[in-house]
Design a protein around this ligand. Sequence first.
Ligand code: HEM
Length: 487
Amino acid sequence: TPAPPLDLNNIQGDILGGLPKKTETYFFFDVTNVDRFKANMTQFIPHVKTSAGIVKDREAIKEHKRQKRPGLVPMAAVNVSFSHLGLQKLGITDDLSDSSFTTGQRKDAEVLGDPGTKNGDTFTPAWEAPFLKDIHGVIFVAGDCHASVHKKLDEIKHIFGVGTSHASISEVTHVRGDVRPDPVSAHEHFGFLDGISNPAVDQFDQNPFPGQDSIRPGFILAKENGDSRAAARPDWAKDGSFLTFRYLFQMVPEFDDFLESNPIVLPGLSRKEGSELLGARIVGRWKSGAPIEITPLKDDPKQAEDSQRNNDFDFGDSLVRGDQTKCPFAAHIRKTYPRNDLEGPPLKADIDNRRIIRRGIQFGPEVTIQEHHDKKTHHGRGLLFACYSSSIDDGFHFIQQSWANAPNFPVNAVTSAGPIPPLDGVVPGFDAIIGQKVGGGIRQISGTNPNDPTTNITLPDQDFVIPRGGEYFFSPSISALKTKFAA
Ligand code: HEM
């Protein structure tokens, strides 16, 4: 019997559809008056954009483009999510069965490898001050322009009486993300096209692209088919999803300088092409988005923009053969989603529970001429990283700690066919984009030179991506919002 359809009217819109956005503001808050908050929620809930609403919005955007109408469709979509501290504050004591969520990201930061200081047993991450405080929840508004988002956020603040004597919440901080200007609007700040590869969700994504793996909804939505923790979770958690938020600063001039100073030397490549190749091998895709597994030595922008082809690859038997000629084992996209390195058609379950749906947005200005000249960051910029999964322990937390930070991964990784055996004389190394050093040691990656896969390249002491805040949240279903969070 076919699985029952997902109730898209009950699932918040960012989880499955993704809020359409040119700009997005995350408004982090504390609940200051529980009774008033619950009353205000009743007024707020109709503003929450559902996954069904997003499907409609996306159709409107398509129609707008099809008719070649000028500008963007005006829109502002709102979602809401709560931290463990927020649930506690509201008297919701059910265990959602995810220890990262219950711990909270500030206390998890040491395990994630975030920089910080240790005083006795207490680790304090080197985060922006507001993220060191308790955060109960986040309301986020995405839209076509600042004016649309401001207007919507003002309406929402008004509902909760923010800034007045009858307020039920207070602002902890807010951060704004903006997509970059054209022609790099879909690219993150290091210059690489982003948002290409997300899993398709059964019963939601009707026509997955070739190579886009379909996963059961329970890997993203609590208590749906595939959620291994379903039995331990309260009924109201159904159709909610955990949101990991990370405030990630990117050291762009320093990254560029590293590529420029360490071009891969190959016959026929100019110095500039050698630098571009190093960047591509660190990420696993060219800046255009073309996967190096398919087009290892030369960018292919046509391949990149074709969604029928830009995800249609796996890593063949290169891991078994210890062969990094096409794609280094430590390339960012291979570390964070090793595709068939860990799965084989019968073993797909080994990796499905590690899938996350990414929904980030860039923040901060373009690199200035001065920064480019100084090879040094003077203005904060980076990624408001956001992702969803039905478990943070199995998703973000695991990917960061056990894959990106682990120089040995995928060696020894457990699969149903047994652990991945050691590679002959090769330690794959760090994910040079997000890998963080835990304890001592130097940060190296192997296999950056396709002609000489055993040489290691040492990364600078200063990471290219620096976490400066974050929290773990749960985005409840609409029915849960109504029954547990409103009165
Ligand atoms: C893919 C950049 C942080 C997980 C990508 C891609 C780029 C990128 C350019 C390729 C485009 C695509 O496949 O959609 C970055 C940058 C980051 C960052 C610049 C930090 C500033 C993270 C973090 C995680 C993560 C923190 C999770 C721990 C992934 C995953 C993919 C991906 C799972 C998809 C891989 C695939 O399906 O092939 N990232 N990323 N990224 N990234 Fe990141």
